[in-house]
Design a protein around this ligand. Structure first.
Ligand SMILES: [Zn+2]
Length: 261
């Protein structure tokens, strides 16, 4: 069984140095299984990694069941997520006045949806940076991504049309990041997506085309991407008449980029 990664490699030192330029908060590594004790965060148990900022430090959660080289890539990935906030990239917050109009049973999924939306938006910066900055081959890391995303697409879907359309909205969101994977992983997962959910795939491809019209490097550029993604998904829900579930997306406020410092 692989051990929990210790961030003393060149790549870990590089990404920690980038973070240290903007904040002196220390980064602590924890086992992701710690998150599974709470029912609201139990779904993290199968994730590769997660991150959290507290008042005094950052926590990077890693999954020690993966080889150390993969954990090293995940550590880099999670610290990049943390870095983006300090670089002034947009943050996603839940709009509390809309939340009060949501059915109570939807509140639990809302937290998950927010985390999901925020990370997929971030990945437009995070994945290219990983591929550019990490000094080793990331094939094994992206292979795991493909396996996880394939499992997601294989999951049995509820039969209600409204719920299925809500899942398709999520497929469109998640599908956007497939375009950021290197070949051959990109082609592999896009083919699965197209086979499993052709309508979602077509909508996602159209969104990707819109989004990729400009470069995505600065906080302002990413802000525009987030706005485009949100309105595309909401429009899809309107076309499919998913009703109150579309409110879930409307609660996601994209905070405009902050000045660095
Ligand atoms: Zn991520």
């Amino acid at each position: 069984m692989p051990r929990l990664f210790v961030p003393n490699t060149n790549s870990a030192e590089m990404v920690l140095a980038l973070l240290a330029k903007l904040t002196d908060k220390p980064v602590q590594v924890c086992d992701i299984q710690q998150l599974t004790v709470l029912p609201t965060t139990a779904y993290f148990g199968t994730y590769l990694g997660a991150n959290k900022e507290t008042r005094s430090n950052f926590i990077v959660y890693l999954n020690h069941s993966y080889p150390e080289k993969i954990q090293e890539a995940v550590f880099f990935h999670e610290v990049l997520h943390l870095l983006l906030k300090y670089e002034g990239f947009p943050q996603i917050k839940v709009n509390l006045s809309i939340v009060s109009t949501l059915q109570p049973n939807l509140l639990e999924s809302l937290g998950k949806l927010r985390v999901h939306f925020a990370s997929i938006i971030d990945h437009h910066i995070v994945f290219p940076r990983m591929r550019q900055l990490m000094g080793f081959d990331l094939s094994a890391y992206f292979d795991v991504q493909v396996v996880q995303k394939q499992l997601r697409l294989d999951c049995a879907r509820e039969s209600s049309t409204v719920i299925r359309n809500f899942y398709t909205q999520q497929d469109i969101l998640v599908g956007l990041e497939y375009f950021l994977y290197p070949e051959p992983q990109r082609n592999l997962i896009l083919a699965v997506f197209k086979g499993k959910n052709p309508i979602g795939y077509a909508s996602c491809e159209a969104l990707r085309e819109k989004v990729s019209k400009t470069t995505i490097k600065t906080p302002t550029e990413l802000f525009h991407v987030a706005e485009q993604v949100k309105s595309h998904i909401i429009r899809y829900g309107e076309k499919k008449a998913i009703g109150h579930l579309n409110l879930m997306w409307k609660t996601l406020d994209i905070l405009s980029p902050q000045a660095i410092g």
